[in-house]
Write a protein that binds this ligand. Structure first.
Ligand code: AMP
Length: 181
């Protein structure tokens, strides 16, 4: 089975659209035949997407550092739960088990995870497609800033090649599928 890692907030944001789109994305992934890899928390959008995938009959792999086990309320209903020692191990294991990546709205932790897979893609360390689910225009300014980084010559890559952006979960999953090897 192929898996998609979803990076998303350990909070839910203050607009219902964030949770609604997490539910849509989870259901879309299951109907497209994908399992979920995520940070194993049972809070915020993380908990919502995991519960959605499980309820729809999908498979979920979670990876959580021991130190966050209580703080992020490790989800005990997953098909596989890996407890690791460091954040680096968490990201490495999530990457290893995934065939594509999606960042949903989230905070600094989500950005860090997104930028790591982007960096590694840019360097050719992996060839797995990366998507950004731009719910409610949450990422508009980041997308604008990334365009600027290309314009002023600090990012070489054609952005469309690096990051697939959509506000629609079904469209995003379809576009990632088309790019998976
Ligand atoms: P946030 O977007 O800040 O709500 O965090 C989303 C998830 O990313 C949470 O599970 C955080 O624990 C996780 N996270 C934050 N920083 C890192 C990191 N450096 N490596 C791996 N996961 C992280």
């Amino acid at each position: 089975m192929k898996n998609i890692a979803v990076y998303c907030g350990s909070r839910s944001g203050n607009h219902p659209a964030y949770s609604e789109e997490a539910i849509k994305l989870g259901n879309e992934m299951v109907s497209a035949g994908y399992g979920l890899v995520y940070g194993a928390g049972n809070i915020g959008l993380m908990g919502i997407i995991a519960d959605t995938v499980l309820a729809a009959g999908g498979e979920v792999i979670g990876v959580i550092p021991q130190a966050l086990y209580d703080r992020e309320v490790a989800h005990l209903g997953l098909n596989q739960l890996f407890t690791v020692q460091t954040m680096h191990e968490r990201k490495a294991l999530m990457m290893k088990h995934s065939d594509a990546f999606i960042a949903m709205p989230g905070g600094i932790g989500t950005f860090e995870e997104l930028f790591e897979v982007l960096t590694w893609f840019q360097l050719g360390f992996h060839h797995k497609p990366i998507g950004l689910l731009n719910v409610n225009g949450y990422y508009d300014q980041l997308i604008g800033f990334l365009k600027q980084t290309v314009e002023v010559g600090f990012v070489q890559e054609n952005l469309d090649n690096l990051l697939i952006v959509s506000s629609d979960p079904a469209e995003l999953v379809a576009k990632l599928t088309a790019r998976m090897r």
